[in-house]
Design a protein around this ligand. Structure first.
Ligand code: PLP
Length: 442
């Protein structure tokens, strides 16, 4: 079997155009060899969890650029930022409201911290087969009926680039003394649009930013931004609870260098990117391809392949034949993550491929599925995740308690969360999504 090294080298040799993460697209921000920079806490290199020198300075520069009270460096991806963010939010109590479209890193962190969230269903308002947005009206209803909610957790933008109305949700939270905390994994760059759509600028208390997804940062580089003085006091300690004691220096260095890049060229480059993306979207619309509706990240390209008769997988294969690697595909959609580091050749390939794609069949716009009734909860996330499990066929799962998060495809809304009962509706949904076996509590 081929080694990992050989397979990565082989991929690079193919010369594919990267419309997937990381955002640097192979372009270096520094000349020095990465192996040479892979150092440890030697004198002058500071120490992440006791930062007093260059790392503290880098965090201060990031805070200045993003307008936070405090920004923390993570070399453990957004997963680490989410863990720390949830710990901070839960210091004052454990009652958290969360949109149902959470990433599995948040569910695991909630289980570790013994947080049992109250789920808010998605409005499925962005187009057929997508989770859509968390509506501020739904948050407001829950906040009013529950009282004492310490934080509201929102994932926005989602994988498809769909944005929830953070500004309104932040207002509702502020009025009721709750923190709004945002998994902004896909939206670090939103700060650098002409009118910032970054969660912190829209009133969020904390934002976890997976910088490596859309910016020139090495995989694993992320920032946690905090706009609340009190919470910021315990932020480092919260990162240290979960983080590795050996954070990667090349990754942290790429975050540091990215700040210089953003300061010098961020706004300008994202405006250019916006125009390129708009031109691709116009071609798609002319071909009859549907895009997500409502407010979305202007730099994300999400195309509904099924609107011209393809599955998302077939559309992605067609792109691969044209030397383009998208980020993601599912039954209906293909998602492309471009960045200012895509070359002119990348754009020309994408434009060409899109112009030439044969239309198989034009579809009418299908409506989303609307709200659904959420499954019954039998035990907490923590109890269910840490209980003994057994793997059963979905057809025999009726009435069993899920031991894992079951999500048909990564960006979708989970059908069941750990601790929830698999009822008739959930069983049917799992079967329809082609899930054959599920871990249940023994
Ligand atoms: C919405 C969302 N949140 C969190 C994460 C975890 O981020 P990371 O991979 O940087 O740890 C991801 C990763 O894909 C994600 O899509």
């Amino acid at each position: 079997m081929e080694s990992l090294y050989a397979s990565l080298v082989e991929y690079n040799r193919k010369g594919m155009s990267s419309f997937h993460t990381p955002g640097h697209k192979g372009v270096r921000l520094f000349d020095e060899d990465v192996w040479g920079l892979d150092l440890t806490e030697i004198p002058g290199a500071d120490s992440l969890y006791e930062a007093r020198g260059v790392l503290l300075e880098s965090e201060k520069r990031a805070a200045g650029l993003f307008g936070s009270v405090r920004t923390l460096i993570s070399a453990g991806g957004n997963t680490l930022c989410i863990q720390a963010m949830l710990r901070l939010a839960a210091l004052d109590g454990r009652l958290i409201l969360s949109g149902r479209n959470v990433h599995r890193s948040a569910v695991s962190a909630m289980a570790l911290l013994d947080i049992q969230p109250c789920w808010v269903d998605m409005a499925r308002d962005a187009g057929y087969g997508m989770p859509g947005r968390v509506k501020s009206e739904d948050i407001l209803d829950k906040l009013d009926s529950m009282g004492e909610v310490c934080a509201v957790y929102i994932t926005s933008p989602d994988y498809y680039g769909v944005l929830s109305d953070i500004k309104s949700i932040a207002r509702e939270c502020r009025d009721r003394g709750s923190h709004l905390i945002v998994d902004n994994a896909h939206g670090t760059h939103l700060k650098f649009l002409k009118n910032s759509l970054h969660p912190l600028d829209l009133g969020a208390t904390m934002s976890a930013d997976s910088a490596h997804k859309t910016l020139p940062v090495m995989t694993g580089g992320a920032w946690l931004h905090i706009s609340d003085c009190e919470l910021s006091q315990r932020a480092k300690e919260s990162m240290a609870v979960f983080g590795s004691t050996s954070p990667s220096y090349p990754v942290m260095c790429s975050l540091d260098m990215c700040l210089e890049y953003l300061k010098a060229r961020g706004y300008q480059d994202f405006e250019i990117l916006n125009k390129k993306v708009n031109s691709i979207k116009s071609i798609a619309i002319d071909k009859g391809i549907f895009l997500p509706s409502g407010t979305c990240d202007p730099t994300r390209i999400t195309l509904m392949a099924s609107s011209i008769g393809y599955s998302g997988y077939e559309f992605a294969d067609y792109m691969r034949k044209n030397k383009i690697e998208p980020e993601f595909s599912d039954e209906n959609y293909v998602v492309f993550i471009p960045s200012p580091f895509n070359s002119e050749e990348d754009w020309a390939r994408l434009e060409n491929a899109l112009c030439k794609i044969p239309i198989k069949e034009k579809r009418k716009i299908c409506e989303g599925d609307n709200y659904i009734e959420l499954p019954e909860v039998n035990m907490t996330l923590r109890e269910a995740m840490f209980s003994a499990h057994t793997l059963v066929d979905v057809e025999k799962s009726l009435g069993r308690v899920a031991g894992e998060i079951v999500c048909p495809c990564p960006p979708g809304v989970p059908v069941v969360m750990p601790g929830e009962v698999i009822g008739e509706r959930e069983k049917k949904a799992l079967e329809a999504y082609g899930v054959s076996r599920v871990h249940v509590v023994r």
